[in-house]
Design a protein around this ligand. Structure first.
Ligand code: CP3
Length: 335
């Protein structure tokens, strides 16, 4: 999930001087922001500072981040002609700044023995922004196109899945040691629509990405009704949010999968006893399985108390270190 961001004073300080897209497109700055949470907390992996929406910009959509409004696409996709105008550029040409940031960050992280995660948006989530032109509560336009204009939909999703897959593959080649597909808003769909209109494209993205030979995490918010379908898309790790118990999710998808999640980011705003209890609940459900990646269920929120983040990381490490180190524990069977 987002590790860098507005809750960190170091990040806000840089943001006073630079626009977010400027930071993403300057490899030295992107590398610096990637390392900010790594310097502040004892985290186990870094995620490259970028955004899922730069891939849309690379395809010819005009992107800006407006204050108080979030991302805006100024020429959204509404017709087949709009889809046909979209480019499918080589990532090295159009998104080379992030590939370069990955190379820079790897140099720093290697000396600390820490891995780096690359990421891309999943096809449905990219389609949301491409069609809606920004964030949307109802997904009216994107679902309307999906339901009533399948030829436009399939043409768009074909392009998005290729671009997303190639971008992930390029990140693995540049040095990302794991990849994450953020299909954040796919949980908005019922399972039949997901299987019919999204799954084949997510499968394609993941198929291309997996030729990079690194582990892949597939995540969507509110995905408890989609777990079995998302499993079909491929990958190694399924990311879930707090709406489903970790053990329930695991029992449904099977122990050959790793699971990432799922503390409610709001728990970080609570008093320490509450946060501690909720963290222990998540760890209890994971039950020491070695395939558990402790994480928040979704991105860290602005104004999250930094000290709680630090204490949370310490608590997770204290609680899990004995489990991971014990060779005879049940965890090996489950893993
Ligand atoms: O953890 C990290 O630092 C990695 C960097 C990262 C960002 N965006 C930087 C960013 C990652 C992994 C993302 C993913 C992303 N971006 C997603 C998928 C994950 C999720 O949240 O479900 C989505 C949907 C986006 C699109 C996006 N980018 C939105 C909707 C916004 C606005 C959010 C808001 O609350 O205003 C962004 C902006 C953005 N991307 C920020 C960061 C750190 C906000 C900080 C800022 O304005 O400076």
């Amino acid at each position: 999930m987002r590790q860098a961001g507005r809750y960190m004073p170091e990040y806000r300080k840089l943001r006073e001087r630079y626009d977010i897209l400027e930071m993403i497109k300057t490899p030295e700055l992107a590398c610096e922001v990637t390392l900010q949470p790594m310097n502040a907390f004892d985290l186990d992996a870094a995620i490259i500072f970028a955004d899922i929406l730069t891939a849309l910009e690379a395809m010819g959509l005009q992107l800006s981040f407006e204050k108080g409004e979030g991302p805006v696409i100024h020429n959204p996709v509404r017709s087949l002609a709009d889809v046909e105008r979209l480019g499918t550029p080589a990532p090295e040409e159009a998104l080379g700044f992030t590939l370069q940031a990955i190379r820079l960050a790897r140099r720093e992280l290697d000396s600390r023995g820490l891995p780096l995660i690359g990421f891309s948006g999943g096809p449905y989530t990219l389609a949301c922004y491409a069609i809606e032109g920004g964030s949307s509560k109802t997904h009216r336009r994107v679902k309307q196109m999906m339901m009533s204009a399948p030829e436009i939909w399939h043409a768009l999703m074909t392009r998005l899945s290729e671009v997303s897959g190639e971008y992930l593959l390029a990140q693995a080649r540049a040095g990302a040691q794991a990849l994450q597909v953020f299909d954040s808003w796919a949980g908005e769909l019922n399972v039949d629509d997901y299987r019919r209109y999204v799954l084949p494209y997510s499968q394609r993205t993941i198929e291309i990405a997996k030729t990079g030979g690194v582990p892949l995490i597939h995540f969507a918010v509110n995905n408890s009704h989609l777990l079995e379908a998302m499993r079909v898309a491929g990958g190694d790790v399924l990311g879930v949010d707090w709406r489903i118990n970790l053990d329930t999710a695991w029992n449904r998808i099977g122990n050959q999968w790793a699971v990432q999640g799922n503390l409610d980011p709001v728990a970080l705003f609570c008093d320490w006893e509450t946060l501690e209890q909720r963290t222990r609940d998540v760890l209890m459900q994971a039950d020491g399985r070695i395939g558990h990646i402790f994480n928040l269920g979704h991105g860290i929120l602005p104004e999250t108390p930094v000290d709680n983040v630090r204490r949370l990381v310490e608590l997770v490490h204290e609680t899990t270190s004995s489990v991971v180190r014990s060779p005879s524990s049940e965890t090996t069977e489950n893993g």
